[in-house]
Design a protein around this ligand. Structure first.
Ligand code: 0RA
Length: 647
């Protein structure tokens, strides 16, 4: 019996099909609404969306292993060993469950009520969105001793759910190839996928996740499984920093409002590394759970310090920033009906979660401190040092403010400011080196572009306490030029520019300086990144010239392409061909710098996202310790990570 004859028989079925087609059409018309973007980011979200379904099955307790493979043609397979998507006919929709999952928007929750849904993807939109945006997709289900299969193209089924006969085991396999008519970028980045999958393995204790990249000549496979869950995550994040206590603190708590899992470890560094998740989603913008967590940390450590007479003066208290200095912490909360708010929908809104987290952390942290008196003392001592340094920095700052007011000069001398004063119209280039700074000053459009040259290596903020950070000239110049202040004093509304563009040489040193700058912004002006104000300029690597034809290449591939075109395929040795490699920005004259890197009409700038900044930061924390070898490796690999910035 063909599909057509079924349609004739059932008006209900036909109505369902019309709904499906309308839904798919909406997804293909406005893919951005469903997966955020159609660039690299959206492309990667397709994988996360499919994996999330398997993760849900793991969270329900039925799946132990998830395998992801990226094939030579950049198609992807996701396999799990869960129960398998149901194949029986849905009572009201009259189609097999698996077909419903593949075609109905938001079908995910229809089967299973009591679970922590929206486990991952950008909006938890469901696998039907992946189907709609795939040139082709195939789903296989093993259930009840049989193998079933169905195939689709652009979300429309090309077969029914076929029973392929007997088969062992159970589970679901989804293979899909993203549609080139939809996506502007079709190449998967192994690092991007593997770091999210590793994160999911940390967040789901004991779950095994494998990723295989079949594209390189020598395929790569990695497996992540962490019996320690978040405790393993914290040790991973802490990296080479010297811990104050040997094992991370760790607890799990079940409350009616939420399930809470937390791990933390203090180290001798000065930065705070807090990562929070709700239903496996990174809550970059914080929310009620983070409010509860911070309140509990501050209160419990102060209580402990006071109870044990560790505070010298009667009125001495430790601030939130003080007790979080040198702290690596991961909080994972599971909530039945999470409300995500904020610009990027990564802020938890559920008010009942605040109290649940606060109470659980108060209780469990107090137990940890009582049971580990040596660690507790070290933590309080460190917080006290932080409090005293902060106090000294505040005094120095007040003094500096007064001095500035007296002298009348507020902006740094090296800043070549723009003439417009509406921040939404203006941008500032932070430029590596005085010579490139000079070219930028001459090449810019001075009405809306400001230039701040900074000396090569700025201070490594990872290894310095706040008072030292603030006494660094380059950093002070940036802070005053940008105008927002830092940390607790940060005010987005005071930003003097809505674009802060980092422009460094296209070499290893440039990459290092860019990382230092990103780390600084991530640590001290995080909201500037969250607001989308930080960008990275992309200067060309080569100038290729033949006669009056002049072109710039931003990658090796582009260089070859241009040479081929200009020489009619003859290549490098053609007569009259002139290829110049730019070792630094300083080698470009002002006009070239404008044309290639600064003119909004022709330049490419990458907007820095929280994810890219966080990964810069974690790479940085990991590698800027005292070990030389990992640093050397990092610098060699760095070009690769920079390419990841738009993901
Ligand atoms: C709902 C019910 C059941 C399984 C699933 C959903 C399921 C969905 C996906 C998507 C990817 N992998 C999956 N694995 C399972 C099973 C209900 C039952 O067997 O009783």
């Amino acid at each position: 019996m063909t599909d057509k004859s079924i349609e004739m028989k059932s008006g209900e079925y036909m109505a369902g099909q019309i709904q499906v087609l309308k839904g798919l059409e909406a997804v293909r018309k406005r893919p951005g609404m469903y997966i955020g973007s159609t660039s690299a980011r959206g492309l990667h979200h397709l994988v996360y969306e499919v994996v999330d379904n398997s993760i849900d099955e793991a969270m329900a307790g039925f799946c132990t292993h998830i395998e992801v493979a990226v094939h030579a043609d950049d198609s992807v397979t996701v396999i799990d060993d869960g129960r398998g998507i149901p194949v029986d006919i849905h009572p009201t929709e009259k189609v097999p469950g698996v077909e419903l999952a593949m075609t109905a928007l938001h079908a995910g929750g229809k089967f299973d009520k009591n679970s922590y849904k929206v486990s991952g993807g950008l909006h938890g939109v469901g696998v039907s969105v992946v189907n709609a945006l795939s040139e082709s997709l195939e789903v296989e289900v093993r259930r009840d001793g049989r193998l079933y299969r169905q195939q689709y193209e652009k979300g429309i089924k090309t077969t029914g759910v076929e029973n392929l006969g007997e088969a062992e085991g159970r589970g679901t396999r989804v293979w899909f190839k993203p549609d080139p008519e939809i996506f502007t970028e079709l190449v998967y980045k192994f690092e991007t996928l593997s770091s999210r999958l590793r994160e999911l393995a940390f967040l789901n204790k004991g779950l095994k996740i494998t990723i295989r990249d079949e594209r390189p000549d020598d395929p790569v496979e990695e497996t992540y499984v962490y019996e320690g869950g978040l405790a393993s995550f914290v040790e991973y994040l802490r990296g080479p920093r010297q811990p104050l206590h040997e094992k991370p603190g760790y607890f799990e708590a079940k409350r009616p409002e939420a399930e809470i899992e937390l791990a933390f470890q203090y180290d001798e560094g000065f930065s705070e590394n807090t990562h929070t998740f709700v239903n496996n989603i990174n809550t970059h913008e914080g929310g009620t759970h983070v409010t509860g967590l911070k309140a509990a940390l501050t209160r419990t450590i102060n209580d402990y310090a006071r109870k044990n007479n560790l505070l010298k003066k009667a009125d001495e208290t430790l601030s939130g920033d003080d007790v979080r200095e040198g702290l690596t912490l991961v909080l994972s909360v599971r909530v039945m009906e999470p409300q995500f708010e904020g610009q990027t929908k990564t802020k938890l809104g559920n008010s009942e979660v605040r109290g649940a987290v606060e109470a659980a952390v108060n209780e469990q942290l107090a137990i940890f401190l009582d049971e580990h008196p040596k660690a507790a003392r070290a933590i309080v001592e460190k917080s006290l040092q932080a409090a005293r340094a902060r106090d000294a920095a505040r005094k120095a700052r007040d003094l500096a403010r007064k001095k500035n007011a007296l002298e009348g000069g507020v902006l740094p001398g090296k800043l070549a400011d723009c003439s417009l004063s509406d921040p939404s119209m203006t941008e500032i280039y932070i430029v590596e080196g005085d010579s490139a700074g000079g070219s930028a000053k001459q090449g810019r459009d001075r009405s809306y572009q400001a230039i701040l040259p900074i000396k090569g290596k700025i201070l490594n903020v990872e290894r310095a306490r706040i008072d030292k950070v603030l006494s660094n000239t380059e950093i002070r110049a940036m802070i005053t030029a940008i105008g927002t202040g830092i940390k607790d004093d940060f005010e987005l509304d005071s930003a003097r520019y809505h674009k802060v563009i980092i422009m460094t040489d296209a070499d290893v040193d440039g990459a290092h300086i860019r990382t230092l700058l990103l780390t600084f912004f991530f640590r001290q002006m995080r909201e500037l990144i969250e607001a989308g104000y930080i960008y990275i300029a992309q200067p060309p690597l080569y100038r290729v010239q033949k006669g009056r034809d002049e072109h710039y290449a931003y990658s090796e591939a582009q260089r070859q392409e241009i040479i081929k075109r200009l020489t009619n395929g003859k290549g490098e040795d053609a007569r009259g061909l002139n290829v110049q490699r730019y070792k630094g920005l300083g080698e470009m004259n002002p006009d070239q710098l404008w044309k290639t890197t600064m003119d909004p009409e022709t330049r490419t700038v990458f907007q820095v996202t929280m994810e890219s900044a966080a990964s810069a930061d974690s790479i940085f924390a990991r590698l800027m310790g005292d070990d030389v070898e990992p640093r050397r490796q990092f610098i060699e690999k760095n070009a690769k990570y920079v390419k990841n910035l738009d993901v």
